[in-house]
Design a binder for this molecule. Structure first.
Ligand code: DGY
Length: 324
């Protein structure tokens, strides 16, 4: 319902976003935006605070901490925060809600792309693709050798998915299809039985799943409750042939325990699209382990998906402005 508000809506956009989304913003009457026009660096916290002052809305990235301090810096006009991400663990949701500030995020539009990346991580890790590519580059590629660079098959393997959300389901669909990978997909998580049945996956207890070969952890909504969820005890429940895959948030893993599990052979490998911190320092032990593959948080990084995410984040703002 319109209240006839005429004052321009002041929006802070904390990073350069795809052109198509900026165009939408520019074409919407009544919105003026201040863009931190950098693609390769996140807005520094002090600049974020300064530019937040007096804004009505913010379009932020997962690299921006939206906390009480920012809300205070913005002041009483702030009515909506729209994040260009499906994850919102960088946002103090309770602080927003106390201040009656709406939160927009971008579910669904990145599901399939992130599921593609997750399957890529599984393949790269299981089949030693990173080591193989290094061998091509560093000249240790000798003659064809029956025993060289042999990894594990992903097809026909057993894959466990914990805390299955939208992306977990999309991964399951890819892996389950007989003509594709034909994996035995184990599903665990509260109230997931019906969904598992629908996907033709086996619904099992987490203990049973952990004893299987691999794992994909997927449920952004649960990250807060599952900080440090995958630690030494969980890795020890897994088989030594298991490959651990994480494409949600680095916080879900106790990284030192993962390093230990990979070093001492508790599990066979890990494929990570997310780490703590990001970027991972170049001297971090995970980067020196031959059985660990680290992607630089590119789960949703396809041009069409990033455009969709940016447009959805912008639309969340536009809807608010048109209906205020
Ligand atoms: C998200 O949107 O939360 C994803 O992590 C981006 O890839």
């Amino acid at each position: 319902m319109s209240t006839g508000a005429t004052a321009p809506f002041k929006l802070l956009v904390t990073r350069r976003i795809p052109e198509v989304a900026l165009k939408k913003l520019s074409e919407t009457p009544g919105i003026v935006y201040d863009l931190f026009d950098k693609a390769d660096v996140a807005i520094p916290p002090e600049e974020f605070r300064a530019r937040a002052r007096g804004v009505d809305g913010m379009l932020v990235m997962l690299t921006d901490k939206v906390n009480q301090e920012i809300i205070q810096a913005a002041g009483p006009n702030l009515k909506i925060v729209s994040t260009m991400s499906v994850g919102y663990n960088h946002i103090d949701v309770q602080a927003l809600s106390r201040a009656n500030i709406l939160l927009g995020y971008t579910p669904d539009c990145l599901t399939e792309t992130t599921a593609d990346t997750t399957v890529a991580l599984m393949l790269v890790t299981a089949r030693k693709i990173e080591q193989a590519l290094q061998a091509v580059r560093n000249g240790t590629w000798g003659t064809w050798d029956p025993l060289w660079m042999c990894g594990k098959d992903v097809h026909s393997s057993t894959v466990g998915i914990v805390g299955c959300g939208r992306i977990g389901q999309a991964v399951a669909r890819r892996l389950k299809t007989l003509q594709a990978f034909g994996c035995d997909v184990l599903y665990s998580g509260p109230n997931k039985k019906e969904e598992a049945d629908k996907l033709g996956c086996r619904y099992v207890s987490e203990e049973e799943l952990l004893r299987s070969r691999a794992r994909v952890y997927k449920d952004h909504d649960e990250i807060r409750r599952t900080r440090g969820y995958f630690g030494r005890d969980k890795f020890r429940q897994m088989k030594e042939t298991a490959i651990f895959i994480n494409a949600t948030r680095g916080e879900a893993v106790v990284q030192d325990d993962l390093v230990e599990a990979l070093k001492d052979g508790t599990i066979a490998g890990a494929g990570l699209d997310v780490t703590m911190p990001e970027p991972l320092p170049v001297d971090h032990p995970l980067l020196f382990l031959p059985n660990c593959v680290v992607f630089p948080h590119i789960g949703s990084a396809s041009v069409p998906t990033r455009e969709k995410m940016a447009c959805m984040a912008v639309d969340n703002i536009i809807q608010y402005v048109l209906n205020r």
